[in-house]
Write a protein that binds this ligand. Structure first.
Ligand SMILES: Cc1cc2nc3c(=O)[nH]c(=O)nc-3n(C[C@H](O)[C@H](O)[C@H](O)COP(=O)(O)OP(=O)(O)OC[C@H]3O[C@@H](n4cnc5c(N)ncnc54)[C@H](O)[C@@H]3O)c2cc1C
Length: 278
């Protein structure tokens, strides 16, 4: 199937994006890397009158340091993060995760902002940004606001973005010598979305402990009690049924195979963070 007819334009500035929304924001669709929007257009799941490509807007392609955080422009691609072209993200959890998103062709074009706005429950950035406690900087015709990632995604393919609003940038913690993290996902084959995934992030210097599971029905789920136990007890948590108990409320309705997958991704993610082999 081919997309229904639409007008296409490339934005050159943030102001141009804001102006383009005009009096009827619902008629306009932004395009990042088009890796999700393209298929949706072709399947006619969306039929916008106008598409504004934001991938070349200079402000959306910057990576800068902001008081203990790294601010990543929404149009920065997965591949740019993977390749370490931004010094501030070299050795960052973001760099390691980027290299495992889909395959290179998708990573070359897919953007951080597009992935978060699309809000696929199994998406890697959605999960990672919750684990990192990222802040989403949103801009719109009515002004700007910052939303914690834990509140940004409301349900599958649904975010707090209002008509006329777009993601300008994302703030993640800067590379820290004391931070430890883990990331593990199961996919049937390379390039597919995860069947089960877990990201964890611990930093004693900022008293941060997060364990988050993805590929659920909706937004990623945090496991705060498990995170606190891991921070306090370390690898001892891997023994016994602590992980299983933490997952129980979310997996009771899932079949045995999924329960095993989730137990395994949590265990392997924690082992990575704790430096435990196996
Ligand atoms: C074969 C294949 C496999 C994939 N596998 C994975 C995977 O394993 N893991 C994973 O995480 N992802 C995967 N993806 C998705 C990929 O990461 C996409 O790049 C991503 O979901 C969308 O990013 P995009 O920049 O292409 O956004 P687009 O497709 O251009 O846009 C997606 C949505 O976001 C909106 N949008 C775009 N930019 C902004 C902005 N700045 N502000 C507000 N709204 C915006 C668009 O209007 C649209 O609604 C896969 C995609 C494909 C095609």
């Amino acid at each position: 199937m081919k997309a229904a007819k639409f007008e296409y334009e490339q934005a050159q500035s943030l102001q141009q994006i804001q102006d383009a929304y005009g009096s009827d924001p619902s008629a306009l669709r932004l395009m990042g890397g088009s890796q999700s929007l393209g298929p949706m257009l072709n399947l006619r799941l969306v039929r916008p009158g106008r598409v504004l490509d934001v991938s070349a807007v200079p402000e959306l392609r910057q990576v800068t340091a902001i008081k203990g955080h790294v601010r990543i422009g929404a149009a920065v691609t997965h591949a740019q993060i993977e390749d370490g072209i931004y010094e501030l993200l070299r050795g960052h959890m973001m760099q390691k995760v980027a290299g495992r998103i889909a395959y290179r062709g998708v990573r070359n074009r897919g953007t951080l902002g597009g992935s978060l706005a699309h809000a696929d429950p199994a998406a890697d950035w959605v999960l990672t940004c919750v684990a990192l406690g990222a802040r989403i900087n949103v801009r719109g015709t009515q002004g700007s606001r910052t939303v914690p990632m834990s509140e940004f995604m409301l349900a599958a393919y649904t975010t707090v973005l209002e008509a006329g609003e777009f993601i300008e940038s994302v703030d993640v913690p800067e590379v820290s010598g004391s931070a430890r993290w883990g990331y593990y996902k199961f996919t049937r084959k390379v390039g597919e979305f995860a069947d089960a995934s877990c990201a964890c992030y611990f930093d004693p210097a900022t008293r941060t402990a997060r364990v988050v599971i993805g590929a659920m029905e909706g937004a990623p789920r945090s496991l705060p009690e498990l995170a606190v136990k891991v921070a306090a007890q370390g690898a001892a948590v891997l023994e016994g049924d602590t992980i299983e108990a933490a997952l129980q409320p979310y997996l009771a309705q899932r079949d045995e195979a999924h329960q095993v997958l989730f137990r395994t991704v949590v265990e392997r993610s924690l082992k990575q963070a704790l430096g435990v082999k196996g």
